[in-house]
Ligand binder design. Structure first.
Ligand SMILES: *[C@@H]1O[C@H](CO)[C@@H](O)[C@H](O)[C@H]1NC(C)=O
Ligand SMILES: *[C@@H]1O[C@H](CO)[C@@H](O)[C@H](O)[C@H]1NC(C)=O
Ligand SMILES: *[C@@H]1O[C@H](CO)[C@@H](O)[C@H](O)[C@H]1NC(C)=O
Ligand SMILES: *[C@@H]1O[C@H](CO)[C@@H](O)[C@H](O)[C@H]1NC(C)=O
Ligand SMILES: *[C@@H]1O[C@H](CO)[C@@H](O)[C@H](O)[C@H]1NC(C)=O
Ligand SMILES: *[C@@H]1O[C@H](CO)[C@@H](O)[C@H](O)[C@H]1NC(C)=O
Ligand SMILES: *[C@@H]1O[C@H](CO)[C@@H](O)[C@H](O)[C@H]1NC(C)=O
Ligand SMILES: *[C@@H]1O[C@H](CO)[C@@H](O)[C@H](O)[C@H]1NC(C)=O
Length: 384
């Protein structure tokens, strides 16, 4: 999720002199100046649900989708393309964290560990680093779950321990989670503009930061030389010996004005054999030096500003799935217009690549669908 500091918003206005009116008042041909029309990337498989910063957990035959919204809405479906049913919310009222926007958390990440589901959520406001990451738990995920809100793990801007480094320079939003495959130690990743993305070890109960007065923090991503540092929405996945640090880069929201083409959200990744980094991109550039290989971005003049991603680990079907929100240029550009999209991932030399279409083989490798077949499949899926 995201927020530009004021200077970033101003600089975007200055570099986008051609784009001034709201989208609704502009023709497609005017907007094509800012839409990427590439067909190099595949279209999404459509999730057929509105979701900003989607988070998905597969549990007992259902995909559970958590998203930013009042009390953190939960939907579930047996198919990532829907139909989705609402199964309540994580919180039953405002978060117990004493900070702003307590009724409408952002960017949840829910994980399962040792019989318990942990939902890490963000409280913040656009353009502010007065933020907090909280956590709620339940022991059963279904149509009538009872969650317990445990409150904040991290405050930035104000609140308990917000003066402790690196909480004193970062923005406590967009939590993600990873467990070290060898040691079993779990970590929380977070951050955005204001020093980008960071990682700290979690205590064994997963409800607090380990050693919070002097946390063993490492930085995962950073853009050193530019004033604008639009990296956020971290995710971490593990595949065949590598940890993958994913993030969204660019302008996420508030597209009343458009940035120059390519400055909107896109999905980037780097990898490391060590959960703590350092992470490098495909060209060998460190994520701490502004690196990040683009895995998914605006395409076809249809998909705009994809981000807020997560990765569903391969199950019996053999392929990891990258899911994210995107704006459809023929629908609209408000946060509430963001839709769930997803693609299977293939790994080429250990680097994730999004795959066209819905096909996988049962043996675990991707069956890349020829584009003419994908087109027919898409016609069948979406228009019949
Ligand atoms: C999921 O939904 C899509 C679109 O409706 C459909 O083509 C596909 O067959 C479904 N998959 C399963 C496993 O039901
Ligand atoms: C956060 O709260 C402020 C008021 O303090 C409000 O103007 C803003 O719309 C809220 N943002 C979100 C995302 O709910
Ligand atoms: C797992 O949960 C059980 C039961 O709640 C608890 O006794 C045990 O300490 C937990 N183990 C870990 C590693 O958290
Ligand atoms: C700070 O910590 C104290 C003691 O744990 C707690 O009572 C208080 O609610 C916390 N404040 C905030 C803003 O979370
Ligand atoms: C953050 O905390 C560190 C360690 O105490 C300190 O050196 C640094 O000056 C602080 N930064 C800010 C911006 O307060
Ligand atoms: C750690 O990862 C390796 C390589 O993917 C795998 O073979 C091994 O089973 C994993 N170990 C654990 C404890 O998950
Ligand atoms: C795997 O595919 C089967 C059949 O296509 C489907 O029923 C199942 O839900 C899928 N599981 C996952 C985790 O995608
Ligand atoms: C975009 O929206 C149009 C109009 O609703 C729809 O026909 C098309 O399938 C959508 N494409 C994507 C990728 O969402």
């Amino acid at each position: 999720m995201m927020h530009f500091p004021t200077y970033a918003s101003l600089s975007l206005l200055l570099i986008s002199p051609l784009i001034s009116a709201t989208p609704a008042s502009q023709s497609i041909s005017q907007l094509s100046q800012v839409y990427d029309t590439t067909d190099r990337l595949p279209l999404p498989n459509q999730g057929n649900i509105v979701a900003h910063d989607p988070n998905i957990l597969f549990w007992e035959d259902y995909y559970y989708l958590f998203k930013g919204g009042v009390h953190i809405p939960i939907n579930r479906a047996k198919n990532l393309s829907g139909p989705w049913e609402s199964v309540g919310t994580v919180l039953d009222g405002p978060s117990i964290i004493d900070t702003q926007n307590r009724t409408r958390p952002w960017a949840p990440t829910t994980i399962y560990a040792n019989g318990t589901f942990y939902c890490y959520y963000t409280l913040s406001e656009h353009g502010s680093r007065t933020s907090a990451i909280g956590v709620a738990t339940t022991t059963s995920l279904g149509t009538s779950s009872t969650w317990v809100d445990h409150g904040a793990l991290i405050h930035t801007g104000k609140g308990n321990r917000s003066e402790i480094w690196p909480f004193n320079i970062t923005n406590a939003i967009d939590a993600s989670f990873i467990t070290d495959n060898v040691t079993g130690q779990s970590y929380l990743n977070w951050g955005s503009f204001w020093h980008d993305i960071w990682q700290v070890p979690l205590s064994d109960d997963l409800l607090s930061i380990k050693n919070p007065e002097a946390p063993d923090a490492v930085q995962l991503t950073f853009i050193p030389d530019q004033k604008k540092k639009p990296e956020e929405g971290s995710w971490m996945s593990f595949h065949e010996g590598y940890y993958y640090a994913w993030f969204s880069h660019g302008k996420c929201c508030k597209f009343k004005t458009f940035p120059a083409r390519g400055e909107e959200y896109e999905i980037r990744v780097g990898r490391s054999e060590n959960v703590r980094g350092s992470f490098v991109d495909k060209d060998g550039t460190k994520l701490l030096d502004g690196g990040g290989t683009i895995v998914y971005a605006s395409n076809h003049g249809v998909v705009y500003a994809p981000g807020g991603l997560g990765v569903l680990p391969a199950s019996g079907n053999g392929s990891d799935i990258l899911y994210y929100h995107y704006l459809n240029t023929s629908i609209g550009f408000a946060d509430e217009d963001a839709h769930l999209g997803w693609n299977y991932l293939n790994y080429e030399d250990g680097w994730p690549v999004v795959v066209d279409g819905v096909g996988t083989t049962s043996a675990g490798s991707i069956l890349a669908i020829p584009s003419w077949l994908a087109f027919i499949t898409a016609m069948c899926m979406f228009h019949l």
